[in-house]
Design a protein around this ligand. Sequence first.
Ligand SMILES: [Zn+2]
Length: 89
Amino acid sequence: MSPMMIDISNVPMPQSYTLRRVHGKRVVVLEVTHNQRPARCPCCGADRLHSKGHYMRQVRHLSYLGQPCVWQVHTRRYTCTQCTRAFVP
Ligand SMILES: [Zn+2]
């Protein structure tokens, strides 16, 4: 089955992720967006966070019908205004 034939409305996703599209030939690529802003800094617990722009990471996933599969996760990078540490949710 070609990745283009996957009905993305039937692919189960965690609640904080949205599947945008599926593509690729030898490797099935699922482009997903992480759409949940973190409430607090994971380092100090402060709630004042500043977005530092977009960030993309690629995560290897279980194979799909024998083909290698990866997630391209599009998210944002944040900086805590209190402890100045940067993190990605
Ligand atoms: Zn902090």
